[in-house]
Design a protein around this ligand. Structure first.
Ligand code: PLP
Length: 382
C-alpha cells in the first residue's frame, strides 16, 4: 500500500538541490570556517554565501542572519536573548498559541529571571487583532508567530509589530511554518527578529536561522568561541547553512504558484471532508490560513484513534502539532480558541505540499470515511 504523507508541517524531505549543494561541505571541502588555511577559508566563503542568500530572501543584510541548530534554538535566542538584553523592562508578551519553543522560553524568563509574562488571548479563529490591552510601559518584547503550526491561522504581523514599536517594545515573529507559503520580507513585516527552520522547507533537520535586526542587542543563549559575531557560539554547520540557503531560495521562488495550487486542492479537500463528516469542524481561520493546512475536530472520536485508523489505510498525518503528539494534554492552541478539552482531543491535522496530488487527497477522504466509520463516528448521519 503506497503511503500518503499529509504531515508536511511536521517535516519535509530534503530537496535534491539542497543535498547536492551540501555534499562538498560534508566531504572534500570539510574545513572549519574558523581555520586560517585554504580549507577553512573555503568553508568560511561558503558560509558567507549561504548567509547572503538567506538574507536576500528575507530582505535583510547578511550580518543580520544568525545560523542556529533549528527553529527551537532561534526562538530561544530571540525570546530570551532580546528580553535579557533589553534595558527597557521586565515584561514580555507572547500569543497564547505560540509554539512551545516560544512559550517555554518566556516561562524560563519568568521562572529564572523575574520577568512578568502575559499570554495574549486569540479569538475563536486563532487571530490576535491587537496587542493594545496588554502592552505596558515596561514591555521589552512581544512574540507572535506569523502562522500557526496546528491550525494554520495567519496573524496580522505588520500591524502588531507597529503597535509594539509605538510602545517601545521589540517584536519577534516565528515564521517557521510560514516559510515557503507567505512573504518573509522583514521590512514589510516590520519585525526585529524572525525565526526560520530548515526542515520545514526542504533542508535538513537541525539547521535554522534567526534574523536579528541591526542594532537589536541580544544576550547569547549558547556561549563559547564567539562564532556568529558572538551571538551563537559553536562551530558552524556549513553544509546545513548551505542546504538551508538553497532550499529557502527555491521555496521562495516557487512560493506564489505553489500556494495558489495547493490552496485550491486544500479547499476541495476541506469540502470533501465536511461532506462525508458533517459533524466535523474546521479549526482555525477559514481564509487567513496557510494554503497547506486543513485541520479539523471530529466530535465523538479521539484524534489519536483517527490517526491510528488513518495510518492503517496508509494516510500519515498528525493530531495537532508533532511536538505535542503522544501527550495526553489537549492542545494549548485549540483550548486558546475556546474549545473544551475533550473537543480539542478530537483534532486531526492534514498538511499538504506541492507534491500532493488530487488522487492522494481523494484516497485520503475515502480512508477518513472508513476510519470514522470504524470508530462509529458516522453512524447517525448515514
Ligand atoms: N516553531 C514552529 C511554529 C514550529 O512549527 C516548529 C516545529 O515544529 C518549531 C518552531 C521548531 O523548529 P525545529 O523543529 O527546527 O526546532
Amino acid at each position: 500500500m503506497p503511503e500518503i504523507y499529509l504531515d508536511h508541517a511536521a517535516t519535509t524531505p530534503v530537496r535534491r538541490e539542497a543535498l547536492e549543494a551540501m555534499w562538498p561541505f560534508l566531504t572534500g571541502e570539510f574545513g572549519n570556517p574558523s581555520s586560517r588555511h585554504r580549507l577553512g577559508e573555503q568553508a568560511a566563503r561558503a558560509l558567507d554565501d549561504a548567509r547572503a542568500r538567506v538574507a536576500a530572501v528575507l530582505g535583510a543584510r547578511p550580518a543580520e542572519i544568525v545560523f542556529t541548530s533549528g527553529g527551537t534554538e532561534a526562538d530561544n535566542l530571540a525570546v530570551k536573548g532580546l528580553a535579557l538584553a533589553s534595558p527597557r523592562g521586565r515584561h514580555v508578551l507572547v500569543a497564547a498559541t505560540e509554539h512551545e519553543a516560544v512559550l517555554e522560553s518566556s516561562d524560563h524568563l519568568e521562572r529564572m529571571h523575574g520577568f512578568a509574562v502575559d499570554r495574549l488571548p486569540v479569538d475563536a479563529l486563532g487571530q490576535l487583532p491587537t496587542l493594545l490591552p496588554l502592552l505596558r510601559d515596561d514591555t521589552s518584547l512581544v512574540s507572535v508567530m506569523l502562522a500557526n503550526n496546528e491550525i494554520g491561522t495567519v496573524q496580522p504581523i505588520a500591524e502588531l509589530a507597529a503597535e509594539a514599536h509605538a510602545a517601545g517594545a521589540r517584536f519577534h515573529t516565528d515564521a517557521v511554518q510560514a516559510a515557503g507559503w507567505l512573504p518573509l520580507d522583514v521590512a514589510a513585516l516590520g519585525v526585529d527578529a524572525l525565526t526560520i527552520s530548515g526542515h520545514k522547507v526542504g533542508a535538513p533537520k537541525g539547521v535554522g536561522a534567526l534574523f536579528l535586526r541591526r542594532g537589536a542587542r541580544v544576550e547569547p543563549v549558547v556561549h563559547g568561541g564567539g562564532q556568529e559575531r558572538g551571538r551563537r557560539s559553536g562551530t558552524e554547520d556549513v553544509a546545513g547553512a548551505v542546504g538551508l540557503a538553497v532550499a529557502l531560495e527555491l521555496a521562495e521562488a516557487e512560493r506564489i504558484g505553489r500556494a495558489d495550487a495547493v490552496e485550491r486542492m486544500r479547499d476541495a479537500f476541506i469540502r470533501s471532508v465536511l461532506a462525508i463528516a458533517p459533524e466535523a469542524r474546521l479549526t482555525g481561520h477559514p481564509v487567513e490560513r496557510l494554503a497547506a493546512n486543513a485541520s479539523f475536530c471530529f466530535p465523538g472520536t479521539a484524534g489519536e484513534a483517527v490517526l491510528l485508523q488513518l495510518a492503517e489505510h496508509g494516510v500519515l498525518c498528525s493530531s495537532g502539532s508533532a511536538c505535542a503528539a503522544g501527550s495526553d494534554e489537549p492542545s494549548h492552541v485549540l483550548t486558546a480558541l475556546g474549545l473544551d478539552g475533550p473537543t480539542a482531543q478530537t483534532a486531526v491535522r492534514f498538511t499538504l505540499a506541492s507534491s500532493t496530488t488530487d488522487a492522494e487527497l481523494d484516497a485520503a477522504v475515502l480512508a477518513l470515511r472508513a476510519s470514522l466509520d470504524a470508530l462509529g463516528a458516522l453512524s447517525t448521519r448515514r
